[in-house]
Design a protein around this ligand. Structure first.
Ligand SMILES: CC(C)(COP(=O)(O)OP(=O)(O)OC[C@H]1O[C@@H](n2cnc3c(N)ncnc32)[C@H](O)[C@@H]1OP(=O)(O)O)[C@@H](O)C(=O)NCCC(=O)NCCS
Length: 179
């Protein structure tokens, strides 16, 4: 069973029971505003549960983050076996646990896993990890840059569900930059 543990951090597969807390975070505008959703995503619990279930038995994983046994957020990563790209999403939903170094540590563990995991490497050698981030999400951008991600491109602006124009930047991290 997939699990990454490091000090007091544990990254484990999400279960159907985790859909409730993930859905609560996603519907909280205060938590989601940095991800272009100032009113939350408005998604139903069924949608969240289906998304979690869609990762079952795949190299891609939808995981819960625990610190000292407390659930503090979720992180998922997606392996594209066709083209060798991987992507991820991270949400530290417990605001008390943001800005304490956990996001940086967790993403370092996820990057190591994507590039080093035997099961993944048997199927595909991921060459690039990419992530789209809101231009104004300066904290996430700072964390990605600290980890060694570089800007690949700025996508054309799009209109969100509130009719607001949003700008996103795509960061990439190449296998050869991983030490
Ligand atoms: C983005 C996120 C994963 C970062 O994790 P975290 O545990 O909060 O971040 P860390 O404590 O590891 O690092 C934060 C860094 O950003 C810096 N920072 C904090 N606020 C900042 C801001 N507004 N602008 C720029 N940098 C900022 C901190 O000083 C720290 O940098 P340092 O380590 O060089 O001192 C987490 O805050 C989160 O889940 N946010 C909401 C969802 C989100 O934005 N997800 C990413 C979508 S692409």
């Amino acid at each position: 069973m997939f699990k990454i543990s490091n000090d007091n951090i544990s990254i484990r597969i999400a279960t159907p029971e985790d859909a409730k807390i993930v859905n609560t975070w996603r519907n909280d505008g205060n938590i989601m505003k940095s991800m272009c959703f100032p009113n939350g995503t408005g998604e139903s619990i069924e949608t969240t549960a289906n998304e979690i279930a869609s990762y079952e038995k795949k190299l891609s994983k939808f995981c819960m983050i625990e610190v000292d046994g407390n659930i503090i957020g979720d992180v998922d990563f997606r392996i594209n076996t066709e083209n060798g790209y991987a992507g991820f999403d991270i949400l530290i939903g417990s605001i008390d646990y943001q800005n304490k170094g956990y996001g940086t540590k967790i993403l370092r563990l996820i990057i190591d896993h994507i590039f080093n995991d035997e099961e993944i490497n048997k199927t595909v050698q991921v060459h690039t990890i990419d992530i789209l981030v809101a231009k104004y999400n300066t904290r996430a951008r700072h964390v990605y840059e600290k980890l060694g991600f570089k800007i690949d491109r700025e996508d054309p602006p799009f209109v969100n569900h509130r009719g607001e124009i949003q700008h996103e930047v795509c960061y990439i991290f190449k296998r050869e930059w991983h030490t």
